[in-house]
Design a protein around this ligand. Structure first.
Ligand code: DP6
Length: 361
């Protein structure tokens, strides 16, 4: 598919008013997206687990307005009018306007809330942008009811990507690929797709316990971090490595080889942070307790032989990953030894999920 396939063709009358509510999850990348070209095109393919508990619910209300000169919207975040997100939404609307020309015809009220606390250090851009993209697609579907579910999801992912790259991986579940990869059929830089090959039972119902090490605002945004991959001394090797890790994962996911799985995902997490530490300007998002947790996981794994592992986002929090069949022992270890490193003892028990849901309005 080309980007032009997503240009809106208006056949029917647009509704005067209406509302849609979507609930959309966050996701955690196993092979990381870090570095992008113009128009939110990733430098390398990435793959993620869709999460279940961490999600954003967004209600989009729309009313036709008289003049279609500018974008008009109010943002209500967790019950209160919020101006902070407005520039991001304005940029998003500008980027997607060519694909949804009805945007200027309406005044929108975007009411949104997260299941995770606002100041948790968990980025809400993936769940937030995907929820908003889905609400907008519901308007498109009302105008053009003939669009297929496949097109609906593809275009929702395509639009979400233009809001925040990783958001395109939050539409469906449970394993999602974004970015063209020669060995993954149907993969695209424009939108994410469900991982199309066999997945071993070891990876079904995988757990992700998110340890909230630092709930403060990040010092460096992902967008700035991505840009620092331009002229980065290790960029090309990093993009090649990500391609290779995707290839290796295809086999690992099929055979259920947890040992190699852990090697790949932990290396990916540390490489992501290594890229931050070696960019110019350089920066460090890990905190002392991030390292304490990583070392405790390695020691426990060595002692028990259990397949507990970690990955990191662009922040200090640690995602502790483990398979369903080892969950009881891993949870006990987390509670006894890792929660002490969390800010105010806060953590979130999450697991693989199956994508966004339309709520009854
Ligand atoms: C480290 O999707 O937040 O989480 O496209 O600029 O909005 P923008 O960046 P964003 O970057 C996420 C980076 C990451 C890795 C990943 O999710 O693949």
């Amino acid at each position: 598919m080309e980007a032009s396939s997503f240009i809106f063709s208006k056949n029917n009358k647009t509704p005067n008013t209406g509302q849609f509510t979507w609930s959309s999850p966050s996701n955690i990348a196993l092979v990381k997206y870090w570095g992008k070209k113009e128009n939110q095109i990733p430098e390398n393919p990435s793959i993620s687990f869709t999460l279940d508990a961490c999600k954003t619910t967004t209600t989009l209300r729309f009313t036709e307005k008289e003049h279609d000169d500018s974008f008009s919207f109010d943002m209500i975040f967790e019950g209160k009018k919020n101006q902070d997100f407005k520039p991001k939404i304005e940029t998003f609307f500008k980027r997607i306007e060519a694909y949804l020309p009805f945007l200027r015809n309406y005044h929108f009220t975007i009411e949104t809330e997260n299941t995770f606390p606002h100041s948790s250090g968990i980025a809400s851009s993936a769940s937030g942008m995907s929820a908003l993209a889905l609400c907008l697609m519901s308007i498109e579907k009302e105008i053009n009811p003939a669009i297929t579910p496949e097109y609906f999801n593809q275009k929702a992912s395509f639009l979400a990507r233009l809001g925040s790259g990783s958001a395109c991986r939050s539409i469906e579940g449970d394993l999602i690929v974004w970015g063209k990869h020669a060995n993954i059929e149907g993969s695209s830089n424009l939108y994410a797709v469900k991982y199309p090959y066999q997945v071993h039972d070891n990876f079904k119902k995988y757990h992700d316990t998110i340890l909230l090490v630092d709930k403060g605002e990040k010092q460096v945004s992902s967008t700035v971090g991505h840009n620092l991959m331009h002229n980065h001394p290790f960029a090309q090797q990093r993009f090649t490595q990500a391609e290779e890790n995707m290839t290796k994962l295809i086999d690992v996911l099929k055979t259920g080889d947890l040992k190699t799985f852990i090697e790949i995902i932990e290396s990916e997490a540390l490489t992501l942070h290594a890229m931050m530490m070696t960019s110019m300007p350089y920066f460090i998002l890990m905190k002392p307790n991030t390292l304490e947790i990583i070392n405790a996981i390695w020691a426990f794994r060595k002692k028990t032989g259990l397949h507990i592992s970690f990955t990191l986002d662009a922040g200090a929090n640690v995602h502790v990953l483990y398979p369903e069949k080892e969950a009881a022992d891993c949870i006990e270890f987390i509670k006894n030894e890792l929660v002490a490193y969390c800010q105010n003892g806060h953590y979130i028990c999450d697991r693989i999920g199956f994508g966004a849901k339309l709520r009854n309005n």
